[in-house]
Design a binder for this molecule. Structure first.
Ligand code: TXA
Ligand code: MG
Length: 350
């Protein structure tokens, strides 16, 4: 199949293109589209056959449920069996935006969307192209991140094209996404709210509204099974091996210099993904790929470029990536969650 690549303006998407994309969704096909977090791969969320194609295109295990994307808060009431006060508060404050709610599901949602669970994940994205596509399609759009399963999520239409060309009908491209990491997932199906995946809306944001908010212990302990089925798989992983370094900037820089100079498997191509502060100390080191992710004082900026830079290491043919840990606060919690997974929990303390 030939994959159409449609460039659309973020703030005033061409209605003719949105209409053609919506017709593909209504016809049971797949369209990748930008959201404020990462690009999603959309299908009609009420059409099991169409949703089934998402799993094939991505190579996604079918026990991994999908998020339904809506364009209007009211749409949640037709998809969730119970929308309690906590959910209403969060929707009012954080929607549209990078927050996914896990709620008890309505019967009409196909099992393939929820992987047979009794709950459903729902979010209202804020990206104008996503909202236009959902509205025009007239259905909730089921969409995982638009990458090949296991690979870092796409933050540009070009990334989607590299992963899925020939496997999906169309891509709506409107430049790099804003947040750069996937939405926060909060489970409201039980008594206490639980964060199943950290993201753009922070634990601190949620605590202010809900009081106590738990974090799924499976996120930090590789021996416990995470509650979001998708979080158990290898994820966010470039082809290169990722090694994380923890400690004060001086020590991390010194350790990286030592590793680059004496790396046990000589002849391996090394990539460095560093904060501006560490990068400055290592500007003269010779490696295959070198990237300054931005200041460690603004983790939002680092989140925006992290996936792009992991992918760039692969393009440069890098074998081993050395990168840094962050304080797991604010969006730092999302960065650390993704980095620990992509590193298979390997951390060198300096
Ligand atoms: O920012 C995002 O959330 C992006 C954009 C495209 O919206 N989407 C995204 O989807 O990251 P995906 O499929 O890559 O990740 C969805 C995660 C998976 O880990 C999945 O297991 C979990 O949500 N999930 C979905 N439904 C669930 C449910 N009912 N209970 C627990 N976890 C669920
Ligand atoms: Mg994903």
């Amino acid at each position: 199949m030939e994959t159409k690549f449609w460039q659309v303006s973020e703030n005033s998407p061409d209605q003719k293109i949105i209409t053609q994309a919506a017709e593909i969704i209504q016809g049971g096909g797949l369209v990748a589209f930008p959201t404020e977090t990462v690009y999603g791969l959309g299908a009609d969320g009420l059409n099991s056959q169409a949703v089934g194609k998402i799993f094939v295109a991505k190579g996604r295990p079918n026990d991994n449920p999908l998020i339904l994307h809506v364009a209007d808060q009211e749409d949640v009431f037709g998809l969730a069996r119970r929308v309690d006060e906590r959910a209403k508060k969060l929707m009012k404050l954080f929607w549209p935006g990078p927050l996914t709610l896990i709620l008890p599901k309505e019967k009409k949602i196909p099992d393939v969307v929820t992987a047979g669970l009794d709950t459903v994940a729902i979010r209202m994205p804020s990206h104008p192209v996503a909202l236009a596509l959902i509205k025009k399609s007239g259905v909730p759009i089921a969409a995982p991140s638009a990458n090949r399963s296991g690979y870092p999520s796409p933050t540009t239409g070009q990334h989607v094209y590299e992963d899925l060309k020939g496997r999906i009908e169309a891509i709506l491209e409107s430049g790099p996404t804003g947040v750069g990491v996937e939405s926060t997932i909060v489970d409201l199906s039980g008594e206490l709210p639980v964060i199943l995946r950290p993201g753009g809306i922070t634990r601190e944001n949620l605590t202010q509204v809900l009081g106590t908010v738990m974090v799924d212990p499976g996120l930090s302990d590789p021996h416990q099974k995470p509650k979001a089925p998708g979080m158990k798989y290898t994820h966010y992983s470039p082809r290169a091996e990722v090694i994380l370094l923890d400690g004060a900037t001086e020590n991390v820089a010194a350790k990286i210099r030592e590793l680059v100079e004496n790396y046990p498997c000589r002849g391996k191509k090394i990539g460095l993904l560093l904060t501006a502060e560490t990068w400055e100390r290592l500007a003269s080191v010779q490696v295959a790929y070198h990237s300054n992710l931005g200041s460690g004082t603004c983790l939002e900026d680092i989140a925006k470029v992290l996936y792009r830079e992991l992918r760039n290491c692969d393009v440069a043919g890098v074998d081993v990536i050395f990168t840094e840990t962050y304080r797991a606060e604010g969006i730092g919690a999302a960065l650390m969650n993704r980095l620990l997974k992509s590193a298979g929990y390997k951390v060198i303390n300096t």
